[in-house]
Design a protein around this ligand. Structure first.
Ligand SMILES: *[C@@H]1O[C@H](CO)[C@@H](O)[C@H](O)[C@H]1NC(C)=O
Length: 118
């Protein structure tokens, strides 16, 4: 039961927090998230070696060949939100850098460290 509660908290509360962070931290204030994602299409989809996004994520982010959009921000899960925050938002990296455990730096209360903890 506690595990189920933890999962619900993770998916709802943490997902909601990351969504808010993504939607409010751009170089251009009030930028449209879908425009920002489109503008970064190459960076998000063309990467040598291991692809950054899987096919489901690509389908959620970009319109289909007819220009129809399938995905909305509400459907972005925690891993996709994390990728977007790192790649297209203006959230600065935590002191320890991305992908490092910021719990080593308990005093790093920056937004980036909070994203990394989630
Ligand atoms: C984009 O995000 C991925 C995974 O979250 C990361 O590995 C990559 O280094 C990021 N790219 C940039 C330019 O920050």
């Amino acid at each position: 039961m506690n595990y189920a509660r933890l999962c619900v908290a993770l998916i709802t509360v943490c997902g909601h927090a990351l969504r808010r962070i993504l939607l409010t931290n751009f170089q251009v204030p009030y930028a449209d998230i879908y425009q920002v994602i489109l503008a970064n299409r190459q960076k998000l989809t063309m990467r040598p070696g291991r692809p950054l996004l899987n096919n489901d994520q690509i389908m959620l982010l970009f319109p289909d060949p007819l220009g129809n959009r399938v995905g909305t921000v509400d459907q972005f899960d925690i891993s996709l939100l994390y990728i977007l925050i790192r790649n297209v938002s203006s959230v600065p990296a935590p002191v320890t850098g991305w992908s490092k455990d910021p719990c080593d730096q308990p005093r790093d209360t920056s937004l980036g460290a909070s994203v990394e903890r989630i």
